[in-house]
Design a protein around this ligand. Structure first.
Ligand code: SF4
Length: 330
């Protein structure tokens, strides 16, 4: 047993063996686990940042249908990449992904890096993502620390670890013969068993190696803010070819979802007129109650009419997509 400042009496071989055996049996079958192709791993890792697995699954296959290779992605227009990203949120990731694809094609002839250190040189790639891609696609023996791994490490050790201690502890535990699977197993444990609010310690494969067994709470939940927002939905006949919908473009310098299309917001509304329907939408720490008035105004200088059959090719915000689906327009 190799002692470590964080895990004084923990058997690393026992830990690795139990975790990997559990992962082999209980891991979720997810599309990006079907192969170790670095292009697929890279895209999935970027999509999964701060986004629910279910939302990523919805977009994953369509993204590869549109951009099957890094060359195709590099050659695409930014608006096409944003359109494929629509619904995943955090659009800066899509822009950085696009920039990285261009760099890979221009500087490396389309060959993806095989080491974490090289990935770090690309736009939008941080320490976690570089290590995740290099370990999962190339089995490079580098550990990862994301929110799930951090929670597992804090609970298993029973200590409040600093960022550097977390990376160091993860590297100490890593099974260097199976780094890709080990890293995925740590993240999977955090996502499905050692969850933030109610860890399922009774079903945890490493319960007898854990210092806390869920006794300490390492993640304090952040209170959600509430906001109401109102939109106008205007549709018209497209000269007998279908329907058109009126959308406005967010400013190019907006801090969120710059340049994407959405419904016109209503800033003042006669309180006696009831909305056509309401949807709920959450973005980070804000829960929105979204009220929509149909047959609304189409008077906005930044707006345009779009044929509904073409909406799939436009960079719509996730909320606009949700409203258009609810209204039966999309
Ligand atoms: S025993 Fe409980 S707290 Fe410890 S790692 Fe497993 S699920 Fe998390």
């Amino acid at each position: 047993m190799v002692k470590h400042e964080v895990f004084r009496s923990l058997s690393t071989s026992d830990f690795r063996q139990k975790l990997l055996a559990w992962y082999k049996t209980y891991r979720r079958e997810l599309p990006w686990r079907a192969n170790c192709d670095p292009y697929h791993i890279w895209i999935s890792e970027i999509m999964l940042q701060q986004t629910r697995v279910a939302a990523v699954i919805e977009h994953y296959h369509e993204f590869f249908r549109r951009f099957p290779t890094v060359e195709k992605l590099a050659r695409a227009r930014e608006s096409s990449v944003l359109a494929a990203w629509s619904g995943l949120g955090y659009y800066r990731r899509a822009r950085m992904l696009h920039a990285a694809a261009k760099t890979i094609v221009r500087q490396r002839g389309g060959a993806l890096p095989d080491r974490a250190e090289e990935w770090l040189d690309l736009p939008g790639i941080g320490r976690y993502t570089a290590a995740a891609i290099a370990s999962i696609a190339f089995d490079e023996p580098v550990a990862v620390v994301d929110g799930n791994v951090e929670r597992v490490l804090q609970r298993v050790s029973g200590k409040t670890l600093t960022r550097e201690q977390l990376w160091n502890a993860a590297q100490h535990l890593l099974d260097v013969e199976h780094s890709g699977d080990f890293n995925q197993a740590m993240m999977e444990l955090g996502a499905t068993v050692c969850t933030p609010r109610a860890p399922a310690c009774l079903t945890c494969p490493i319960v007898d190696l854990c210092a806390t067994r869920g006794e300490t709470e390492t993640n304090k939940s952040i209170p959600q803010k509430k906001r109401e927002i109102r939109y106008s939905l205007a549709c018209r006949d497209d000269h007998g070819r279908g329907r058109e919908v009126f959308l406005v473009r967010r400013p190019r310098n907006a801090s969120l979802m710059a340049g994407m299309w959405e419904l016109p917001e209503i800033l003042s509304q006669n309180g006696t007129v009831k909305p056509s329907f309401t949807v709920r939408h959450s973005i980070t720490v804000t829960d929105y109650t979204v009220r929509v008035w149909q047959n609304g105004s189409a008077a906005d200088a930044n707006g345009s009419w779009f044929a509904t059959r073409k909406l799939k090719t436009i960079a719509l915000t996730g909320l606009a997509r949700k409203i258009l689906r609810k209204a039966g327009v999309l």
